[in-house]
Structure formats: C-alpha cells, structure tokens
Design a protein around this ligand. Structure first.
Ligand code: PLP
Length: 383
C-alpha cells in the first residue's frame, strides 16, 4: 500500500538521537534550545516555544493570546478536530466560518460576518499547506483588537506575499506529527514576535513554573521555584528535538520535492474526468504542499466518497479523508447548520487525499492517477 504520507528519516536524525541518548539529557534541554532558535530563524520570528504536540502549541497560543472562558474564536470547519477542541478546553466558544471553494481555506467575508463583541481570536488553518489570505484577516483583527492565532500544522515552509508563515499572525502553531512536512515523532511549536506572549506560553508549557525546565535541571537557574499559575506538561523532549534539527535542515529540499510531485499530479489529473485537484489562490504565495487533495464529482458516480477511497485502497493507493468537517462531528453538530457552511458541507461528499511525500517516485504519481482513473471510469453513471 502506498500510504498518503510517510516521514523521511535519514542517518543524520538517527545519529543525533543516538548522541542525545548517550548525552544523558533526554528531556527539554540544549537540543530543544537549538531547535527553537533554528525554527524562529527559519520562520523570521523572534520567539519559538516547542511543545509535545501541535495541539498543545495551539492551546498555549490561544491562552497566551488572552482567550478566556466565554470568548468566541472564529475558525474553519475544514480542519483536524484539535483546532476546535482547544477552544472548548479553555471554556471559549468555537464559531465556524465557511471556506472558499477553490482552496478550502477560510473565507474572509464569512469570517467578518461572524464577528461579534465577544470575538477574541480568529484562527485560520492553511489547508493542505496553501496560505490563507492573511492581509484581510489581519485587517479584521487589527481594527477590532482581535488576535490572529494561526493553525499552520500543514504550512511550515510556506509563505504569503514573500512573508514566511509564522511571521504574520500574533502566534502561529506548527505540528510535527509523523505525517507533517517536518516530524519529531510527535511534537509541535508556536512562534511569535511578541515577547510577553512567548514568555507566557513558555511558563504555561511547564506547569506554570517561573523558570524553564532546562534552567531548572541544567543548574542555570535557582534550585527553588515558584508556581505562579496552573500550567500544563506540554514540553518537548530533547530526543524529539534531535530529530527536528535535522528535519529542519532538509525541509526546503523536501518541500521542493513535494512541489514537483504536486506539479506532476496536476498535469496528469487534467486527463482524469470527474476529479480535479484543489485550485490556486489569487495572490502570491509559496505552497508547502502538505497534502494532495482532489474533489471528485460524486454526483455522476455510483460510488460515494468513502466508496472511492475504499476502491483506491483496494488497488494499493492509501487514500485518506482530510477532513470530516467539524460541524458534521457529533461533538460540534449543534454549533452550525449544514446550510450555514455550504462549501464545507459539499466538500465532505467529494474530497479525498492522495499520497504525497518526498520519497515518492515520479512513477508513483502515475500509478495513483491511473488507479483513480480506473476507479472513476468504472463507476460513472450511464443514464
Ligand atoms: C490542521 C491541523 N491542526 C492541528 C493538528 C494537530 O497537530 P498534532 O497532531 O501535532 O497535535 C493537525 C494534525 O494532526 C492538523 O492537521
């Protein structure tokens, strides 16, 4: 089975993990510090707080940006569930705005229509690695004192109008789950240019203690400590950061390969009836090509979307679904009606994710597209 994602791990990562193990320092320490400095430099930001997951980073980002109980956070339904779950964890209210047809990124006009006096943050997701339209989102935030907290789980290495993703919003989260463009096994980070937000996130990351774990255990800070608020155990380990350091050094090269493969997909999918890749956005950007998502015209097919995914899997293509929109999940069903989110609701019937990872060969793309063509040809309804 060709999976939809597969991490690229080289001897460099393996050696660094081995050296980390031999060093005796496994938890948050010198490798995490280096990884954080490298991520901040890479994203053009002044602060990075690395965490145990992207979900943890997003939770910290919202709290450190001042979101509290009863506040509203406008976000997209086309995302992994943790984007909205962290809002609920805070006692705040997730509010869904529909997405654009071409990109499945949040629709700025729909965001504006959802703003109320209680809106405290807007949380876009750069779906599949294509940057959202940041300028109008920033405009909505700045005029009203709303925080822009970005879920860039898919978008490390992407840029919007020449600015790296991470350097634009008040705080930006990245995920280092094994399917992501950069992995640490599990892990995540938030980046920001706001020193107070960074300091607050750093404290919340480690129990609400007034000093970071590397200071406490590295003998650099005082032996005693003070807990100033109820924080979390969200710190990343040096074993994970050891992997991340080498993943980051290779990220641009691997993102470039993703772009080449995506280009091949787009060329070859042009010859497949009733399936088309996601479209472009009308501003300049660099795409991180985290995922290759296509929309199938299931209205003319005898298989529904899940049937198409299964038929592809039967042919050795590990297709996936990203995502089941949040307003269709039991937990979030009462938060929006399907007709309020027509684009996301419609996408649910049609989208599937095809394999895309840097180690794929050009022939793999031809294999996947051939399988998709066969499946679709075999189920076109002839009336
Ligand atoms: C859009 C999006 N947001 C948030 C997350 C959560 O990241 P993590 O799995 O690192 O907690 C993911 C990935 O799983 C994601 O795809």
């Amino acid at each position: 089975m060709l999976p939809y994602a597969r991490p690229t791990i080289t001897e460099a990562e393996i050696r660094e993990v081995e050296e980390c193990l031999r060093s005796g320092w496994l938890a948050t320490g010198p490798r995490t510090q280096r990884f954080e400095e490298a991520l901040a430099a890479y994203t053009g930001t002044s602060h990075c707080v690395a965490t145990s997951s992207g979900t943890a980073a997003l939770h910290l980002a919202l709290l450190a940006a001042g979101v509290g109980p009863g506040d509203e956070v406008i976000t997209t339904p086309m995302t992994w569930v943790s984007t909205a779950n962290v809002v609920l964890h805070i006692g705040a209210v997730p509010v869904f705005a529909d997405v654009e047809h071409a990109t499945l990124n949040i629709d700025t006009e729909r965001v504006e229509a959802q703003i109320t006096a209680k809106t405290r943050a807007i949380m876009p997701v750069h779906y599949a690695g294509l940057p959202c339209d940041e300028d109008p989102l920033l405009g909505l935030c700045r005029d009203r004192g709303i925080a822009l907290v970005e879920d860039a789980a898919h978008a490390l290495g992407a840029s919007y109008k020449g600015r790296p993703i991470g350097s634009i919003g008040d705080a930006t989260m990245f995920s280092f789950h094994p399917a992501k463009n950069l992995t640490t096994g599990e892990g995540g980070a938030l980046v920001t240019n706001d020193p107070d937000l960074a300091a607050h996130a750093r404290r919340l990351r480690y129990h609400g203690i007034d000093q970071s774990p590397e200071n406490r255990f590295g003998g650099r800070g005082p032996a005693s400590y003070d807990v100033v608020e109820a924080g979390f155990k969200y710190n990343i380990s040096d074993l994970q950061s050891a992997i991340g350091l080498h993943q980051l050094a290779k990220l641009d090269e691997r993102n470039q390969r993703r772009g080449e493969l995506a280009g091949l997909y787009r060329q070859q999918l042009a010859g497949v009836e009733h399936a088309e890749p996601m479209g472009d956005a009308p501003y300049t950007y660099d795409h991180a090509w985290h995922m290759m998502v296509v929309r199938a015209d299931t209205d003319v097919l005898s298989l529904d979307r899940d049937g198409l995914v299964q038929a592809l899997r039967d042919r050795g293509v590990g297709a996936g679904v990203h995502f089941v929109p949040l307003h269709l999940q039991t937990l979030y069903r009462n938060r929006a009606r399907d007709e309020d989110l027509p684009v996301a609701t419609d996408a649910h019937r049609r989208i599937l994710t095809l394999p895309l990872f840097p180690d794929m060969r050009d022939e793999d793309v031809a294999f996947v597209v051939g399988a998709l063509r066969d499946v679709i040809d075999g189920c076109i309804r002839r009336t």
